[in-house]
Design a binder for this molecule. Structure first.
Ligand code: ZN
Length: 393
């Protein structure tokens, strides 16, 4: 009797210690999220607002980014994606749309200069963080607006674009796309090679997310500065998905001094979700419907629930990169506002980065290492890109 009472007391105490420890980790993750710079290199706010405008300086009903949620999650430096759909390569109008999307970010800052500031240099991030402002940096997703003219590249540099994703879902006049079975350039076009050289000179980061493997290796053979994958994950967990990177590419990226920023979209993170998308497409085709057809999609979803990734499966990608090439080559490129309703449980919007940090703490990452993932690695690359540009002047 007495013994079992003691045993029960002991197990209660152990349970209490365990919960206290978990609460400590949660608080620790919150503190780290708020204390340091947190950079996310791919958030699709500009195009989201172009389609369905909301005032993200306030809480919004829709979307995955707004000011209050960014503050809660500790996000201080999102790269806003100036996304140009692949169709603009043929129709034209990419330059116009890119300028309009940049205008919209400047307007956002203009409406709430106490909350946001544009960021043009790596040093701006820490300075604006000190002032309590969220820095908006700009990345252009798809080189279509360059439109065969280096002067356009220089124009968009002047307007604040600090990385360019060379191609998107289709091959363009610069590079071949991983999603496109046609590979007209077998990597980069001759103009694409000039774009790489000019980006090095200007101090723009080259983003190799979306491009084909051949384009990736061609960029690495030409660039004088480290490159980024602004929102890619690993083929190790989604075999056959060329939009992600394989181990050999990660090793080459590390040798270049670059960084892969992990995409949170479930179809990038786990094979089941990736397969789900392919099966939806096949079913739609069989039914003579488009996979974008909302009614068809809803019916399909009801019968085939979407297999969401979770914080743990995202962390596996980070762990894998760290085991393969060390702590200096991985960061965060969520793709919030860009992947629809496919975000992992526990990482549904910009308020939830602390869940990722808590997971890193649980896995034994030191505070210094976590800060590298949050922002240090990307900052290092950006500074080197600026230094290479300065040296070439
Ligand atoms: Zn993308």
């Amino acid at each position: 009797m007495k013994f079992s009472k003691i045993a029960m007391l002991c197990s209660l105490m152990a349970l209490h210690a365990h919960t206290a420890q978990a609460a400590d980790l949660k608080a620790e993750a919150q503190r780290i999220a708020q204390q340091y710079l947190l950079i996310d290199t791919h958030i699709d706010v500009p195009y989201r607002l172009q389609e369905h405008w909301e005032d993200v300086t306030q809480a919004t009903a829709k979307g995955e980014f707004d000011y209050p949620r960014a503050k809660k999650g500790g996000l201080n430096a999102p790269f806003m994606s100036v996304y140009i759909p692949a169709s603009y390569e043929k129709t034209g109008g990419g330059e116009l749309l890119a300028n309009q999307l940049i205008d919209s970010m400047e307007a956002l800052v203009g409406r709430a200069p106490d909350k946001f500031a544009m960021a043009y240099r790596s040093d701006d991030l820490a300075a604006q963080f000190k002032q309590g402002k969220i820095s908006l940096a700009l990345g252009m997703e798809n080189g279509t607006p360059i439109n065969g003219k280096l002067e356009n590249l220089r124009h968009f540099y002047q307007r604040g674009i600090r990385y360019v994703t060379l191609a998107h879902s289709e091959s363009n006049h610069i590079a071949d796309s991983s999603y496109d079975l046609r590979r007209p350039h077998k990597g980069l076009s001759p103009f694409g090679e000039q774009v790489v050289a000019e980006m090095n000179k200007l101090g723009m980061m080259i983003d190799i997310s979306h491009v084909s493997d051949a384009a990736f290796y061609k960029v690495l053979s030409l660039t004088k500065a480290p490159v980024i994958a602004s929102h890619s994950s690993l083929r190790a967990f989604v075999p056959g998905f060329e939009r992600n990177m394989d181990d050999k590419m990660i090793q080459a990226l590390a040798k270049n001094g670059g960084v892969i920023q992990i995409n949170f979209g479930s179809s990038f993170v786990i094979s089941q979700a990736n397969q789900w998308g392919l099966q939806l497409k096949a079913a739609a085709k069989a039914a003579g419907k488009s996979s974008d057809d909302e009614v068809f999609r809803a019916e399909y979803l009801a019968k085939h629930p979407y297999p969401f990734a979770n914080v743990d499966t995202v962390l596996k990608h980070i762990d894998h990169v760290v085991k393969l090439v060390g702590i200096d080559h991985v960061g965060i490129g969520s793709d919030f506002d860009g992947v629809g309703d496919s975000l992992p449980d526990g990482l549904k919007d910009v308020s939830m980065y602390p869940n990722l940090i808590e997971g890193l703490l649980k896995r034994g990452y030191s505070e210094a290492d976590i800060v590298k993932i949050m922002s240090g690695n990307l900052l290092r690359v950006w500074r080197q890109v600026e230094a290479v540009a300065a040296a070439s002047q």
